[in-house]
Write a protein of this length. Structure first.
Length: 258
């Protein structure tokens, strides 16, 4: 069997590496070189894992001695990890399975093809590691500039252009939650009863979280979110941000007993 393998990391991947484009390039290549395609396998998976439906299907067929060649548009569609890639390619070659990369014009039938296959896998992994490194450096730069690094925007704030500003309505609700929680706590209620009464108070005022009623989980997240006091975190690092505060440090500490 000659099998075409197509992979994207997500369905929204750009057109130049879309499943449709990969399929067309593989079909055109096979037409030119008179290769009969017996099966086309499509995957929506990251290329850094070996546990993929398409690869598992190929392994099963290879173990049964049914595969003659694997055709991909580009080598990184097969595997992004150099270590895993070399292991998988060796497995295929040990079972006399030919690997063809259309875009790189590589074929493991030749000594030079096998050599350059390993070189390209190494370059592919280096490219991925470079992207990760740049993302990490970008987060560090933003953190050092006292800017929000990543993750969802806290309730009470909104994004305007490239800045984070207070949402006038939501920030008032956040302030109400903190003050009402503290008031109920001082009355000697248990934490469970405080949370229940707080939810009732919010519901009676028509206050909603993203269009839905507040849950205990959401309230606990809001009440323990130090971002409202100007605290900025990035992993284990802690600093202060430049965005407008919603809650005073004193009020936050009274509730969280810091």
């Amino acid at each position: 069997m000659n099998i075409g393998l197509m992979r994207v990391s997500s369905l929204g991947q750009k057109d130049n590496t879309s499943l449709f484009n990969q399929k067309k390039m593989i079909e055109d290549y096979c037409s030119i070189y008179d290769i009969k395609l017996d099966e086309m396998i499509e995957e929506v998976y990251t290329g850094t894992t070996m546990d993929r439906d398409g690869l598992n299907r190929i392994k099963s067929l290879v173990s049964e001695g049914k595969v003659e060649s694997i055709i991909v548009m580009k080598l990184d569609r097969l595997m992004r990890s150099f270590t895993d890639g070399v292991v998988f390619i060796k497995y295929l070659m040990d079972n006399e399975v030919q690997i063809i990369s259309v875009q790189e014009q590589l074929n493991t039938n030749s000594v030079s093809g096998r050599f350059f296959m390993n070189v390209l896998l190494s370059m592919s992994e280096m490219e991925r590691d470079t992207i990760v490194q740049r993302m990490t450096m970008g987060k560090e730069r933003k953190f050092n500039e006292n800017k929000r690094v990543s993750g969802r925007i806290s309730y009470g704030y909104k994004k305007v252009d490239d800045d984070i500003v207070k949402d006038s309505e939501e920030s008032k609700i956040v302030q109400y939650i903190y003050k009402r929680y503290l008031d109920l706590s001082r009355r000697g209620y248990s934490k469970t009863k405080v949370m229940r009464k707080l939810r009732i108070s919010l519901s009676s005022k028509g206050y909603l979280y993203k269009g839905k009623e507040f849950t205990s989980h959401t309230l606990r997240y809001i009440l323990s979110n130090s971002f409202y006091t100007g605290v900025l975190t990035n992993g284990s690092q802690t600093s202060t941000h430049n965005y407008e505060k919603i809650i005073s440090t004193r009020l936050y500490n009274l509730i969280n007993r810091v």
